[in-house]
Design a binder for this molecule. Structure first.
Ligand SMILES: Nc1ncnc2c1ncn2[C@@H]1O[C@H](COP(=O)(O)OP(=O)(O)OP(=O)(O)O)[C@@H](O)[C@H]1O
Ligand SMILES: [Mg+2]
Length: 390
């Protein structure tokens, strides 16, 4: 057997740590992190789950996957769902469990992680995957407690596979079949409709839905405690609601607000150390950070539209919008949610939602903001008049 037909276990260990064999492309993917986790690291990476126990939510998926491993019957996997819900983190934690190692260098022998957004061409599928998949595991670098039979498999993670060309996806299905004896694939995507049907049918699918508030809260509170963030409880609630099930967003906004709450020295440099007295992060700070309309502003917009005449209402809406620098799309979304909470006849509700949906479409298509703002005010007012007449 020639050298390139096999993996070599005990060669010099590269100090740069990477899962990927695709270093020639230069760009590091999300998983290819340095081992030492410094303070400069964004919290999303610093607090990336290390084990399956750290993954918040998705209990059903985790139970099923754990069963697969216990029974030594891991199929090819497909993880799909919206951003920031833990797809990449789960597969990396799963790899650590299968090979029972926390060392990224050791994992590198078993796991090939390709970010299909960077390397989506046919040549990558043919060359990198084929080379990795066709090499045999002739060593066992994993600890004896590693799941012995599972550790014979190599794992190929194709992250963001919906960005792969369809030719590359076609090439992949043959490769998947050919190397099933020693390789398991995990395909990760945001949208399944961009994936080849034949590819989909070769995988067991798991949908990572937006995380419920309770699951977000568990992880966010862990970070708040570890980083000693001073935050008002209503601000935590606002943060979790505004994240809409995206944990990455929660952690990024929390870190941005934390940075904003840190005092600066006279040269404008943020103070650091355990004695620094930080400001309390308030609900308003959270809304400002995500540039989302504050509930008070939405309430004021709702009041004027539902109770005052069209001219006054339009003037008030425009004034609040300009004063607070709000975007019409954000107002539309927040007002639609509020209107849905009102007890009105189905006819009125349909008039509101159909009208707002149409305006949202026109804004997205590049419609004039002030004309669409007037249209928005008109839609809500028509519904209010229907209520008054009934
Ligand atoms: N379920 C979760 N439990 C704990 N942390 C999570 C979870 N989901 C996301 N995170 C946090 O958010 C970050 C991003 O998560 P991850 O990269 O796994 O998302 P993803 O689903 O792969 O998103 P994308 O589709 O954008 O690639 C992680 O580093 C982690 O800090
Ligand atoms: Mg990902």
């Amino acid at each position: 057997m020639s050298d390139d037909e096999m993996d070599i276990d005990d060669g010099p260990v590269d100090t740069r740590v990477s899962f990927s064999a695709g270093e020639a492309k230069g760009k590091r993917s999300a998983a290819n992190l340095p081992v030492e986790v410094g303070d400069s690291l964004p919290w999303v990476e610093k607090y990336r789950p290390q084990s399956l126990d750290d993954v918040s939510g998705h209990e059903d998926i985790l139970t099923t996957i754990n069963k697969f491993i216990d029974q030594n019957k891991l199929p090819h996997l497909l993880f799909y769902g919206p951003p920031g819900t833990g797809k990449t983190s789960t597969i990396l934690a799963l790899a650590r469990r299968i090979y029972n190692t926390k060392s990224e260098a050791a994992l590198r022998h078993h796991v090939l992680e390709l970010n299909a957004s960077d390397d989506r061409g046919i040549d990558v599928v043919r060359e990198q995957i084929k080379t990795f998949a066709s090499t045999k595991q002739i060593f066992s670098s994993t600890k004896p407690e590693a799941n012995a039979s599972m550790a014979h498999f190599k794992l190929i993670i194709l992250d963001e596979a919906d960005a792969m060309t369809s030719t590359a996806q076609n090439a992949l299905r043959r490769i998947m079949e050919k190397y099933t004896s020693n390789v398991r694939f995990c395909i990760i995507a945001n949208y399944t409709h961009k994936l080849n049907a034949a590819l989909l049918s070769r995988c067991t699918r798991f949908r990572f839905s937006p995380l419920p508030v309770a699951a977000l809260r568990r992880r966010v509170e862990h970070v708040i405690e570890s980083e000693k963030v001073r935050i008002d409880p209503p601000a935590v609630d606002a943060l979790l609601n505004l994240s809409r099930g995206d944990m990455r967003r929660s952690l990024n906004v929390l870190q941005a607000c934390f940075a904003g709450s840190t005092p600066l020295d006279k040269n404008g440099v943020a103070l650091s150390g355990p004695d620094v007295q930080r400001d309390l992060i308030t609900e308003t700070a959270i809304y400002e950070c995500v540039a989302a309309p504050h509930p008070e502003d939405i309430q004021a917009i709702m009041n004027t539209l539902l109770t005052e005449d069209m001219t006054t209402a339009l003037l008030t809406v425009t004034r609040i919008k300009t004063l607070k620098g709000l975007a019409l799309t954000d107002i539309l979304q927040a007002v639609a949610e509020e209107l849905c909470r009102l007890e009105v006849s189905p006819r009125v509700r349909i008039q509101w939602l159909a009208g707002l949906a149409e305006i949202e479409g026109r804004v997205a298509a590049g419609g004039n903001e002030s004309i669409q703002t007037a249209g928005f005010a008109g839609v809500v007012k028509i519904g209010a008049e229907m209520i008054a007449k009934s």
